[in-house]
Design a protein around this ligand. Structure first.
Ligand SMILES: Nc1ncnc2c1ncn2[C@@H]1O[C@H](COP(=O)(O)OP(=O)(O)OP(=O)(O)O)[C@@H](O)[C@H]1O
Length: 525
């Protein structure tokens, strides 16, 4: 189905989030939508999905004007959407989740689960999804949950599928699987609108690219545009995709973890006897495929997850007995992996979110009295520094775009005097310009002498920032290697191969590749 937007405008009060946007998505086309944080991408998609009514302009489906009074109308017209945050109910099975939207009925008030299960089976088989209709959502990995969202849309005959940052939470393997699925859907005639901040993906799969900035279309591109060209079109200036940094000048060890063991909620060991040290003035990146204990390691440092064995010491002090609040006061800056559940309180204003645990600390309080003016000033200055796109700092943080909420968390945590900085997926959901800034700011923090731990599943980020890299696999540290370790060696370590073996295996692989090249050349001659 062809989707066409003509002059679509959406305002929130006096703020124009989408300003006369026009674009066309042809049947079977993968159309990427690029734009910096707060550019208006999600707003536009929510409008196409019937969650917002456009203030001006129109949406056409196969050249016919469409008006939606809610997502129900959009779905009936053939539009499906997979949101940034999945809308699935954790305790439901796959079949129940799909039936909830599709609701094939046996009669008044009775859902036909047999029919729904068949539908799940049929769609899974057609696209090779490998999803068990009876699996419970909360027990599925994120990539599989996302496939359920796609099945749900397809079960309702979606002909236009909107994917809003679908790869932000996926492992590299899951991303490859999703890309394969998108290709199949395309071959099947489904039109796809694809939002992402990852330029490599855009170049790999998009047929056409539309770039929006501050609510307006600023350009169109084809996938042969370079990453640098796309980045500057998005942000309106040249962006460096790598961070210039001097070699670290590490000082003394001020942070040490010894024999740390942590259990998950089902009492399974998720961090297994981990030893780590970080020196002043260095960045240790913890790399690994999501779900190998990195999250729990970071949570144990913050104190939201209890260690069953081992110690954590900062500046010679045992953090074990300290509460989260006391650890923050001891100089820990912490960026959680999931800002929406652990980083911000949606109903609070940006200013209130700027302090949370630190409201009674100088400079925001003097004795027992809070100093609202000092707080407001800090929130204003720091959000400006981090280029947070906002109306005023008194607005609820929930009105900010996802990437801008992430920047508030970073601004909050990086505006204190720190003795240790720990960040999980610090740039998740950020645009390339913001990533450039955040990476530079982390390096500045290092150069002030703060020991930094960056937990990231993005190898680009790990390689860009790290002075040393610790690779985690199944709760253990597989090895700690220098920052210039080749990608293929890191990849093997992430699959559990010890460092030395990984180096040998990678070099064998390289030799085999070059021998194959030589043989092919010989044959061509
Ligand atoms: N309900 C709302 N009330 C007020 N302002 C809003 C609301 N929803 C979005 N906005 C504003 O509209 C702008 C566009 O937000 P949107 O979420 O569409 O951005 P985005 O391009 O998807 O960004 P990101 O890449 O960070 O997800 C932002 O400045 C945001 O603050």
């Amino acid at each position: 189905m062809k989707l066409e937007l003509k002059g679509v405008t959406k305002r929130f009060g006096s703020f124009t989030a989408n300003d006369r946007i026009s674009l066309t998505v042809e049947p079977g086309e993968i159309h990427a939508l690029l734009g910096e944080n707060g550019a208006g991408k999600s707003t536009l998609m929510n409008t196409i999905y019937g969650l917002y009514a456009p203030d001006e302009g129109e949406i056409l489906l196969d050249d016919e004007p469409a008006r939606f009074d809610g997502p129900g109308d959009a779905v009936a017209a053939g539009i499906g959407m997979v949101h940034q945050h999945f809308m699935l109910i954790p305790v439901f099975t796959v079949t129940e989740s799909v039936a909830l939207g599709y609701e094939p009925t046996k009669g008044p008030g009775l859902l036909d689960f047999t029919q729904a299960r068949e539908r799940v089976r049929e769609i899974s088989a057609r696209f090779g999804f490998d999803v068990d209709p009876d699996a419970v959502i909360e027990e599925l990995p994120v990539g599989a949950q996302q496939r359920v969202e796609i099945i749900k849309a397809l079960s309702r005959d979606a002909k236009v599928l909107i994917l809003d940052e679908p790869t932000a939470v996926l492992t590299p393997q899951e991303t490859d699987e999703l890309i394969a699925i998108m290709r199949q859907l395309k071959d099947n005639g489904t039109s796809i609108v694809f939002i992402t901040h990852k330029l490599r993906e855009v170049r790999a799969i998009a047929d056409r690219i539309t770039v929006i900035r501050r609510g307006k279309v600023v350009g169109q591109a084809t996938p042969d545009a370079s990453e640098t060209e796309l980045a500057s079109l998005m942000v309106g200036r040249a962006v460096s995709l790598t961070t210039d940094k001097e070699p670290a000048r590490p000082g003394e060890v001020t942070f040490a973890i010894d024999g740390l063991t942590v259990l998950d909620s089902a009492d399974k060991v998720v961090v297994d006897d981990v030893d780590l040290t970080v020196r002043r003035g260095e960045i240790l990146a913890v790399a690994g495929v999501q779900g190998n204990g990195q999250t729990e390691l970071a949570e144990a440092i913050l104190g939201v997850r209890e260690a069953v064995a081992g110690t954590i010491e900062l500046d010679g002090k045992d953090l074990g007995p300290l509460s989260v609040k006391e650890r923050l006061r001891a100089g820990l800056g912490f960026v959680p992996e999931d800002r929406s559940t652990d980083g911000v309180i949606p109903g609070f204003s940006i200013t209130e979110n700027f302090v949370l645990d630190m409201y009674d600390q100088p400079p925001y309080a003097k004795g027992l009295a809070m100093r609202p003016a000092a707080l407001r000033e800090a929130a204003t200055t720091q959000t400006e520094r981090f280029d947070v796109r906002l109306g005023t700092v008194d607005d609820p943080i929930s009105t900010l775009s996802g990437g801008n909420q992430q920047k508030v968390v970073l601004a909050r945590e990086m505006s204190r005097e720190l003795r240790l900085f720990v960040a999980s997926q610090p740039t998740r959901g950020l645009d390339v310009g913001s990533i450039e800034f955040v990476h530079r700011t982390i390096v500045e923090e290092r150069d002030k002498g703060t020991p930094c731990i960056i937990v990231s599943t993005e190898l680009d980020e790990v390689i860009n920032l790290a002075d040393r890299i610790a690779v985690m696999y199944r709760g253990r540290i597989v090895g700690i290697v220098p920052a210039d370790t080749p990608r293929d060696v890191l990849g093997l370590m992430m699959a559990g191969v010890p460092a030395e073996e990984a180096v040998q295996e990678a070099s064998r692989h390289q030799t085999a590749l070059s021998e194959a090249d030589d043989a092919a050349e010989e044959e061509n001659r």
